[in-house]
Design a protein. Structure first.
Length: 85
């Protein structure tokens, strides 16, 4: 599955975190420079494909799955693993 640019940016920001850390949509907006609608769409697709998951806390916080972190190690996505939360 190829990722869109917003998906790659979001997953890149999440994959840089320690596995126990997670980001809110607002934090992802700041880290990636994307509008919240793009963040929400990207998170929906990433969660459906098993690359990201939300926590049960409110507000929802998102983290990369192991599969998502492995995906971001592919050469084609390396440029997106630089976004800082």
């Amino acid at each position: 599955m190829a990722l869109t640019e917003p998906e790659a940016k979001v997953l890149g920001a999440l994959s840089m975190l320690e596995p126990s850390r997670a980001l809110t949509c607002r934090q992802l907006c700041r880290a990636t420079g994307l509008p919240d609608t793009s963040i929400h769409r990207a998170l929906l697709r990433l969660s459906k494909t098993g690359l990201a998951m939300s926590t049960l806390r409110s507000p929802a916080r998102w983290r990369s799955t192991d599969r998502g972190r492995v995906t971001m190690t592919r050469a084609v996505y390396r440029e997106y693993v630089g976004a800082q939360p």
